[in-house]
Design a protein around this ligand. Structure first.
Ligand code: SF4
Length: 256
């Protein structure tokens, strides 16, 4: 019987890497949960001493470095993959990862990101997709859903003027330099566990030296969406995941 008793401390305890900083996200934002997941996975892989994070511009910019106790640097807008490339080449034994939102990675930084994928850099990216520019007031992002109202599309995103939403993991999966590409959420406990698995695989690809790995997190932005935190969970299930299906899009152990 004793063996069946769950280790409650492990389930509910605070990851060692989670700093005392209380967090700086809006109520209902999923970034704090993703930060916790990053702490847990880095600890589980035993890479605390050699993980280096690069924070893109956006709400994760301040929050992740202040709450996850590994080495960090911040980056010019959209340029995290370029800086990560330099750091990884100087410190090949480090586990180097970028944390970037949909504006940072999908808009201003898309070229920088695609070129890093094309070079097959041995890096990992955590891509945060909440379909708006949260930091600057909820403007339309490349991942905004068609018909979705934002502060710059008050009548809803229109195909004619704004085109289609961008699917980053699917796009990444077409690149030869990519070893792993997946999309997750943390909006339910079951999905949190699946996200843990995906993030672990992504870091493992880098540890095995295989090539670029990427995990997208579809996450909530209550003020940007004009919804309360609970309704955001339904919005993810009913709207976001229809456009952005969960799963792995590429998982290879060699780039040949
Ligand atoms: S604006 Fe959105 S993404 Fe930024 S902290 Fe608030 S909920 Fe999170």
């Amino acid at each position: 019987m004793e063996n069946n008793v769950p280790d409650l401390k492990k389930i509910t305890g605070r990851p060692k890497l989670r700093t005392d900083f209380p967090g700086m996200y809006c109520p209902g934002c999923h970034y704090g949960i993703i930060a916790r997941l990053l702490c847990e996975v880095i600890e589980e892989l035993g890479i605390e001493g050699k993980a280096i994070g690069l924070a893109g511009v956006g709400c994760s910019f301040g929050g992740m470095p202040l709450t996850i106790d590994v080495d960090w640097t911040s980056c010019p807008h959209g340029r995290a993959p370029a800086m990560a490339t330099a750091i990884k080449r100087i410190h090949p034994d480090a586990t180097v990862f970028t944390v970037q939102g949909d504006g940072d990675l999908g808009a201003i930084g898309l070229g920088c990101f695609m070129n890093a994928l094309g070079r097959g850099e041995n890096l990992t990216t955590v891509f945060l997709n909440n379909a708006v520019y949260g930091t600057t007031g909820g403007q339309m992002a490349p991942t905004t859903l068609l018909g979705m109202k934002t502060t710059t599309t008050p009548l809803g995103r229109e195909l004619k003027t704004s085109g289609y939403p961008l699917h980053i993991p699917e796009l990444a999966a077409t690149m030869k330099g990519v070893s792993y590409s997946a999309r997750c959420t943390v909006h339910t406990p079951a999905n949190f566990q699946k996200a843990r698995k995906a993030l672990k695989i992504a870091f493992q690809k880098q540890l095995n030296g295989i090539g670029y790995s990427l995990v997208e997190f579809v996450s909530a932005c209550p003020p940007g969406w004009g919804l309360n935190p609970l309704d955001c969970l339904d919005f993810i299930s009913e709207k976001m995941l229809k456009e952005y299906p969960l799963g792995e899009f590429k998982n290879v152990d060699s780039l040949d």
